[in-house]
Design a binder for this molecule. Structure first.
Ligand SMILES: NC(=O)C1=CN([C@@H]2O[C@H](COP(=O)(O)OP(=O)(O)OC[C@H]3O[C@@H](n4cnc5c(N)ncnc54)[C@H](OP(=O)(O)O)[C@@H]3O)[C@@H](O)[C@H]2O)C=CC1
Ligand SMILES: CC(=O)N[C@@H](CCC(=O)OP(=O)(O)O)C(=O)O
Length: 306
């Protein structure tokens, strides 16, 4: 059976990478609008209602509008934007949250793809909250750096036009659009304090959650993460070896995998949890294709870069 897929926003950063991952897959047939028609409402409505699967790679407002344009009840939607991540009636597209989440994605007609930073944060924190190692009412901080492709075409153009930028801290109003899904997805009472930044690499990100405990907790935290992701084809968990630094390199290749690392103080009371992922891989396009595979009843990692 061949399923048709329409990517709305196919000319954007995320859309192009999804198309690359679907190229050559004989289970899917991509529906594309010619460049002159890709923002034409009538042509989009036709494509949105004629496909088995629609993937929205649009700014939030356009994604909300696109959903209202879908009137065919058979169409199944994956939204890569932030618009529906905590919205009722939508399934959060993070299968690694647990078996029930994967099953829900498989059945769902409306799947919201997680944000890139929340993908790292939730992988590190949700299993620890579930295990009772991090209290639901803990006040957490998240420090993160992303490659500039995380900001789409506009930020890519800015970083490529101004090679003088060495580091860009942002989210300084402490109201970043990813905070609600971080809070909700981890089951936290208080929103985490989120400090994101962009560095001059195209892709890749580090998401760090520092934690401090009264007693040795590093072993229990590592065991909980290792048990949660045991057997995961995309997420690995490791404990620090002898490394003294963690680098994002301009030459890092695209990947749909995510690595979780735990670094501990000698007495195990302080830990730095770090997720390393590709914002365009597990942080966006790779995750979209993973969700599409699950929804279509296909092997979860088909077409992914692993
Ligand atoms: N980049 C990343 O790492 C991640 C992105 N996302 C999310 O994915 C979505 C897409 O992001 P990204 O690909 O980076 O963004 P881009 O800016 O690279 O691409 C967005 C695309 O949408 C097109 N577009 C905008 N408005 C409309 C419209 N009304 N109708 C049809 N097309 C439209 C744009 O057209 P034009 O080319 O003419 O500008 C552009 O091609 C966003 O919601 C983003 O937040 C999520 C996770 C990570
Ligand atoms: C570097 C950069 O600008 N990143 C984007 C988030 C990218 C992303 O994940 O987009 P979604 O919000 O759709 O998830 C930002 O912080 O707004």
């Amino acid at each position: 059976m061949i399923r048709t897929v329409f990517i709305d926003g196919a000319a954007g950063t995320t859309g192009l990478e999804i198309a690359e991952r679907l190229a050559g897959r004989n289970e899917f047939s991509l529906v594309a609008l010619p460049d002159a028609e890709r923002k034409d409402a009538a042509r989009r409505a036709e494509a949105l209602n004629g496909a088995d699967f629609v993937i929205l790679c649009l700014p939030d407002a356009a994604a909300i509008e696109a959903v209202t344009m879908v009137t065919n009840p058979a169409v199944r939607i994956i939204d890569a934007s932030t618009a529906h991540r905590v919205a009722p009636g939508w399934t959060y597209g993070f299968p690694e949250l647990g078996a029930a989440q994967r099953d829900a994605i498989e059945r769902s007609k409306r799947v919201s793809n997680p944000g890139c930073y929340p993908t790292g944060f939730l992988a590190l924190v949700a299993p620890l909250v579930a295990a009772g190692i991090v209290a639901r009412d803990a006040r957490l901080s998240v420090n993160a750096v992303s490659g500039y492709s995380g900001g789409g075409k506009e930020l890519i153009a800015r970083f490529e036009a101004d090679e003088d930028i060495g580091f860009r801290s942002y989210g300084l109003n402490l109201a970043h659009k990813h905070v609600p899904e971080m809070t909700h997805g981890a089951g936290l009472v208080h929103p985490p304090l989120f400090a994101p930044a962009v560095v001059p690499v195209y892709r890749g990100m580090l998401v760090e959650v520092p934690l401090s405990f009264d007693a040795q907790t590093a072993d229990a935290a590592f065991d909980a993460l290792a048990a949660h992701f045991d057997g995961s084809p995309l997420v690995s968990v490791s404990r620090a070896g002898d490394e003294s630094e963690l680098l994002l390199r301009k030459s890092d290749e695209a990947t749909d995998r995510m690595e979780l690392m735990l670094y501990a103080s000698p007495d195990g009371t302080q830990i730095r949890l770090v997720a390393r992922l590709d914002n365009l891989g597990k942080g966006a396009s790779g995750a979209c294709v993973q969700n599409l595979n699950i929804m279509a009843g296909l092997p979860e990692t088909a077409g992914l870069r692993i």
